[in-house]
Design a protein around this ligand. Structure first.
Ligand SMILES: [Zn+2]
Ligand SMILES: [Zn+2]
Length: 128
């Protein structure tokens, strides 16, 4: 599978927002995504029955220039969105964020992480 930077952006955008994507090489078959999260990000196998497969990881992401730390205000907005039942998006790359919730005695500990750019933070939410 031969990919340009535009192809990679389209594939990664589709994958991280949960959409189907058509193979950019043959423009016929739907590609299959298979992602493994790793300590340094992810390994994403993109495969097409006609064109074979490629392995993408974060260094391939043409949006890497947009990746940045989140501001304190953005983190507060993410937590507020989660607490009101919405799925918060990464402020840098618009990917739906993973939220791990660990209820404890006096607080609920949440960890927010972005599967695409890899930024994360922990926050303790006091009960009541
Ligand atoms: Zn193909
Ligand atoms: Zn992100």
């Amino acid at each position: 599978m031969e990919l340009t930077g535009d192809h990679i952006v389209a594939l990664l955008d589709a994958h991280f927002t949960g959409l189907q994507a058509t193979c950019p090489s043959c423009q016929t078959a739907a590609v299959q995504f298979d992602r493994r999260n790793t300590t340094d990000g992810y390994r994403l196998h993109v495969s097409c029955v006609r064109c074979g497969s490629v392995l993408l990881h974060p260094e391939h992401d043409p949006r890497v220039d947009q990746f940045r730390e989140w501001t304190t205000d953005e983190e507060a907005a993410i937590v507020a969105a989660h607490l009101s039942g919405q799925t918060p998006l990464c402020p840098a790359d618009q990917t739906p964020l993973f939220i791990d919730v660990a209820p404890a005695y006096q607080v609920t500990a949440i960890r927010v992480s972005c599967p695409r750019c890899g930024f994360w933070f922990d926050r303790d939410i006091p009960h009541g």
